[in-house]
Design a protein around this ligand. Structure first.
Ligand SMILES: Cc1cc2nc3c(=O)[nH]c(=O)nc-3n(C[C@H](O)[C@H](O)[C@H](O)COP(=O)(O)OP(=O)(O)OC[C@H]3O[C@@H](n4cnc5c(N)ncnc54)[C@H](O)[C@@H]3O)c2cc1C
Length: 486
């Protein structure tokens, strides 16, 4: 975009939205140049700070007038490059739209603007004995709009389901600028499930401006346990046995020694320093939880746990969780750089795939820490590297990609909860045929015929995936070095 065109865009935006809603200075624009996938950066032409659905409509219409793309942005914690700006495009930030609009305890619904944080929903209803179930580890910061776009998960999604199971209605600004409603307060809608299609579409079908959420009553009783094992395999076996025994835990998380040590150093959770740690939570009626606790402890003993601890208070329970929730960031203590992979495997393949990850790490000469939602088979291998060592960034990129191939080969999938974004768009053909991708693209085009909403994300495009020679062939991590040119 020429400087003149950029100035015209800025002036038009100020006229439509007012100067307080428009960011156009380069230094300020740079703060929006990436999300949690920090290896890729693009400075947008303009950022609009929307305060209402009408602002979002005005910003989208402006993009149509100037024939440029737009990217919705919540808190920018996404790990797959979903909120990465598109060159010469507009970022529409939803963070100012952070009001809780309605709380209906009787109907068990909360209506929010998209910039409300995940945790704020629970905080708004906690005193009345309710909570919002999906709990990404980033919940203090990430927004409900981002959660909807990514169909985010969390430790307790094992029992309660993902974001898609907790959203009943959306107001959406379509890429045409029109404001539409999908679903409502009821869980049932007639006709095709457009709400379901939108959730998880990563900003490629429009922008959610009002979101109706289901809230749940807090269970009567909750019990959190830690069990240490001599290997990650041992912890994995315990998970299989608990499930086989018919115990429906609300969460089952495993950490290996590397992530455990990092988490312990970060938050002093008092974890035993073992090779495989299983964190398990049981909830329900008091009697059910008592019974399940006894069964689970017996299983842990049978499969050779070296140590079992039961949280004795809410404070201890929170401490157990604090270490797990801090695990990604804590790894920064043991490595200058790291990349969070996100893949899914059938539960029965967990052990085999973890072994394969160990082999791949050895072959590439890099360390990989494992922390994962074991009950869902959702792995989060943390590939540790040092970007200042020549070639290590590229090595980390290749290793991360080979881990993904191992997941898909085992019958799993490309992402459990972090989304495809820019990071994995080029990996989509690992799972989907050309026909599959063409069908998905047709659905997306029904919402966005001109392709202005978050282009280049989710769907592989020739420009991004190397049908043309050049730096586009590289993995996003490798591309980091040439990000300025892209
Ligand atoms: C330390 C850490 C831990 C994490 N743990 C988890 C976890 O346990 N589970 C999990 O699922 N994720 C996790 N994440 C990833 C991330 O927090 C989630 O994907 C989250 O939902 C992103 O929310 P956000 O507000 O930051 O969205 P952003 O990163 O700003 O955007 C994410 C995507 O949503 C789109 N988008 C944002 N708002 C809207 C809107 N209103 N309408 C339409 N599209 C929109 C963007 O265009 C982009 O494609 C973690 C991230 C970090 C850094």
């Amino acid at each position: 975009m020429t400087t003149v065109a950029r100035e015209e865009l800025r002036d038009a935006a100020i006229e439509e939205l007012g100067s307080a809603a428009v960011v156009s200075e380069l230094e300020q624009l740079r703060t929006y140049d990436c999300d949690g996938l920090t290896g890729r950066r693009v400075v947008p032409a303009l950022v609009v700070l929307a305060s209402s659905a009408q602002d979002v409509q005005a910003a989208v219409r402006l993009c149509n007038r100037f024939d440029i793309p737009f990217v919705a942005r919540g808190a920018g914690t996404g790990l797959s490059g979903g909120a990465l700006p598109v060159e010469d495009g507009v970022v529409i930030s939803l963070q100012r739209m952070n009001r809780i609009l309605d709380v209906d305890l009787e109907g068990e619904r909360v209506v929010v603007e998209p910039g409300v944080t995940n945790l704020a929903v629970t905080q708004a209803v906690a005193a009345e004995g309710y909570y919002y179930a999906p709990d990404p580890s980033s919940q203090q910061v990430c927004t409900i709009g981002g959660n909807v776009a990514e169909n985010s998960g969390g430790a307790h999604c094992l029992k309660y389901g993902f974001t898609v199971n907790h959203v009943t209605g959306l107001d959406v600004v379509l890429p045409s600028g029109e404001l539409v409603q999908l679903g409502g307060a009821s869980v049932h809608t007639d006709g095709p499930d457009l709400l379901g299609a939108f959730i998880g579409s990563e900003g490629t079908m429009g922008i959610a401006t009002r979101i109706t959420l289901r809230i749940l009553r807090r269970p009567e009783s909750v019990r959190t346990l830690l069990a240490g094992f001599e290997s990650v395999d041992g912890a994995g076996l315990a998970v299989s046995e608990v499930i086989a025994a018919g115990v429906l835990a609300s969460a089952m998380e495993i950490m290996d020694r590397l992530t455990l040590e990092a988490a312990e150093a970060a938050v002093s959770a008092g974890y035993p320093l073992v090779e495989g740690l299983l964190l398990i939570e049981l909830d329900g009626t008091r009697e059910q939880v008592e019974e399940d606790t006894d069964r689970v402890i017996a299983i842990f003993e049978q499969v050779g746990a070296t140590e079992v601890r039961v949280a004795e208070s809410d404070a201890e329970r929170s401490l157990f969780w604090r270490g797990r929730k801090a695990a990604f960031a804590a790894v920064g203590r043991v490595s200058p750089d790291y990349y969070v992979q996100d893949g899914v495997v059938p539960r029965g393949e967990l052990t085999a795939v973890l072994r394969r990850i160990g082999q791949l790490a050895e072959e590439h000469g890099l360390r990989v820490g494992n922390v994962f939602h074991a009950g869902d088979g959702n792995l989060h291998p943390l590939v540790l590297y040092d970007a200042s060592v020549p070639g290590e960034l590229e090595k980390a990129g290749r290793l991360a990609e080979e881990i993904l191939v191992a997941c898909v080969d085992a019958g799993g999938s490309l992402t459990g909860e972090h989304g495809i974004g820019t990071d994995k768009a080029c990996s989509m053909p690992l799972m989907f045929s050309e026909d599959d991708l063409a069908t998905m693209t047709r659905l997306r085009r029904a919402f966005d015929p001109a392709g202005r909403a978050n282009p280049g994300k989710v769907f592989p495009t020739p420009r991004l995936c190397g049908e043309v020679p050049g730096p586009y062939r590289m993995h996003p991590l490798e591309k980091a070095g040439v990000a300025e040119r892209l």
